[in-house]
Design a protein around this ligand. Structure first.
Ligand code: FAD
Length: 427
């Protein structure tokens, strides 16, 4: 009896499940007899998906592919074709057609109307079952070999599977308890791929030598962050900043942590201009002088409170600058104003990302994009090998961008892998 063609997807997360569904749609349309198998190391699929959006699952953003593409750091160019082929609108249409009602929030974030990540996972599984996707759970892939136009896939339980095409969708390295422990990097590397060193993204960072932690819970909307040292020196952004008891977080830090490395020095501007551009210490000093000129008889701290910043923060600024806030403002000279201005708009901190990868929401780094076709997600080194999701060197901002990358790359890989087996192999 003739054995049907087999496409194996390694990893049953959002990218893997979308890839399997995508492949099935092509195979069904061409009536090509093939088996699509998802190998998942855990007893259950999609454990990380269940944790997304604090259990509510921010599926995507209601935005155009071009607008979406600006939220992946320097990886926009690579991702755009996949985003165009499977844009947020299509993801939303698909989930809606699969009977998962969605809700679009005012900030553009898209969630299931039930606000239950479980419903997203159940929907994907139901569709996979309908499409006759074969699942093998408790099946951790330990080796992948290409031999005579086929892939030999070794599973930890001792079994081996032969496939005509393989999609690696094993995720990154963060939240390892969900199953993403970087196995895909080793599999890709064994087939010759370069792995860009994985590191934490979408994470708050530690500021071990700073006293900012005393202000834990205080947020600044917006603040500015500039990298002062290292390879990313000179990059700066503004956005909402949150002080935590061990360091700094909030969208400003989360979305740019992909550029930070332990030991980097950064500068925080707690009072940027209204248009988000950063205020320099000299500009700050001038502003303080203007405020004081009008109200010199008041205490310095009373004048500073007019900056509309949290009171505890002003106390911290005065403490850091070594200036007594009880002084009459008119008596405060340049020597004292300069460190205050410095603390307000150019506080220098050293950051640490030690231990951040474990609890980061995404992994930066992964399979080098220069070795992957950006339209099909096919390896440029090994025919029949595809990648999808976070295993690739792609990480997005917070707000549904990472799941959208998983849907889009999964869809592209599934389509291309199915087309390749159905055109390369006889029916
Ligand atoms: C707490 C948290 C909240 C998040 N919230 C959001 C959000 O709201 N919106 C958003 O867009 N993004 C969010 N993200 C990011 C998003 O979850 C990931 O980007 C996404 O899950 C990546 O999908 P993936 O399929 O590539 O990888 P994963 O979801 O990691 O799935 C990979 C799968 O492969 C399996 N696997 C790994 N190795 C093997 C192997 N050797 N053999 C077989 N199977 C294997 C794993 O067990 C896992 O099931 C969040 C992440 C975290 C940690």
């Amino acid at each position: 009896m003739k054995v049907p063609a087999r496409l194996v997807v390694i990893g049953g997360g959002p990218a893997g499940l979308f890839a399997a569904l995508s492949a099935c749609s092509v195979l069904k349309a061409s009536s090509f007899p093939a088996v699509v198998t998802v190998l998942e190391r855990n007893a259950r699929l999609g454990l990380k998906l269940l944790a997304t959006g604090s259990g509510q699952c921010n599926i995507t953003q209601n935005a155009s592919p071009e607008e979406m593409a600006t939220h992946y750091g320097d990886k926009s160019r690579f991702l755009l074709p996949a985003l165009k082929a499977c844009p947020p609108s299509q993801v939303m249409d698909r989930f809606s057609a699969w009977n998962l009602p969605l809700v679009i929030r005012g900030d553009g974030k898209v969630f299931p109307r039930s606000l239950r990540a479980r419903d997203v996972l159940d929907t994907l599984q139901e569709q996979c079952i309908k499409a006759k996707v074969e699942f093998q759970r408790d099946s951790r892939v330990s080796a992948l070999i290409r031999e005579n136009d086929s892939f030999h896939i070794s599973i930890e339980n001792g079994t081996t599977l032969v496939a005509d095409a393989v999609i690696i969708a094993t995720g990154g390295l963060s939240y390892p308890t969900t199953g993403s422990t970087g196995d895909g990097y080793a599999l890709a590397k064994s087939l010759g791929h370069t792995i860009i060193t994985p590191h934490a993204a979408l994470t708050g960072v530690y500021t071990p030598q700073s006293t900012l932690g005393n202000l834990s819970g205080i947020s600044f909307t917006p603040a500015g962050l500039t990298i002062l040292t290292g390879p990313e020196k000179g990059r700066y952004w503004s956005g909402p900043l949150l002080i935590t008891h061990t360091g700094i977080s909030g969208p400003l830090v989360l979305n740019n942590s992909r550029y930070l490395t332990s030991g980097d020095e950064v500068s925080l501007c707690f009072l940027p201009h209204e248009d988000g551009t950063l205020r320099t210490p000299l500009e700050m000093e001038s502003l303080l002088k203007r405020l004081i000129a009008n109200q010199g008889s008041l205490q310095l701290q009373t004048v500073l409170h007019q900056l509309d910043l949290p009171k505890a923060f002003i106390s911290w600024v005065l403490q850091e600058s070594g200036v007594d806030g009880g002084h009459k403002a008119a008596e405060v000279g340049k020597k004292q104003l300069a460190p205050i201005a410095q603390a307000l708009v150019a506080t220098r901190l050293s950051v640490s990302l030690k231990g951040c990868l474990e609890k980061a929401m995404a992994t930066a780094g992964g399979v080098a994009l220069s070795e992957v076709n950006r339209k099909t997600m096919q390896s440029q080194l090994v025919e029949g090998l595809y990648f999808a999701g976070e295993v690739l060197d792609i990480d997005g901002d917070t707000g549904g961008y990472n799941l959208q990358a998983a849907w889009s790359t999964g869809w592209a890989a599934g389509q291309a892998a199915a087309v390749s087996i159905s055109t390369a192999l006889p029916k």
